[in-house]
Unconditional design. Structure first.
Length: 131
């Protein structure tokens, strides 16, 4: 028996490296970083950061659903931004996808991200059976 279960969905971008979109261990799901790729074309959705942030949350939502969960079951987010001047924009858009209590979060400045994305977000989700 495998120690963990890989999670995959065609509703989020396919992995572009040696990783799974997410892995489930018990009732905890570890979501790999999502960048703003359209899951069908595998191209960056836009050069505009607003559109990129929205797409990242949509991609995370699709992976959560594939694992049997929802965004509101995310307990921890890590946000990577190539320009920390956009911190307020992340807060604004995140409020469209989450309500209180918000997950724990850290925002990290990154010099570059895959595919020239301006944002990448990974997450940890806990499914309700363990709460």
């Amino acid at each position: 028996m495998a120690l963990f279960e890989p999670i995959t969905t065609s509703k989020a971008p396919a992995a572009i490296g040696t990783y799974s979109q997410a892995t489930r261990y018990g009732d905890t799901v570890y979501l790999s970083g999502q960048i703003p790729l359209d899951p069908v074309t595998m191209e960056l959705v836009s050069e505009q950061l607003d559109a990129q942030i929205i797409q990242v949350f949509k991609n995370l939502q699709a992976v959560c659903q594939a694992a049997g969960g929802r965004l509101d079951q995310i307990v921890k987010l890590t946000v990577y931004l190539t320009d920390l001047e956009h911190f307020a924009k992340v807060n604004e858009i995140m409020a469209r996808f989450f309500t209180t209590p918000y997950p724990a979060r850290v925002v990290i400045g990154a010099s570059a991200l895959p595919r020239r994305a301006g944002v990448e977000i990974d997450a940890i989700m806990v499914l309700p059976d363990s709460v």
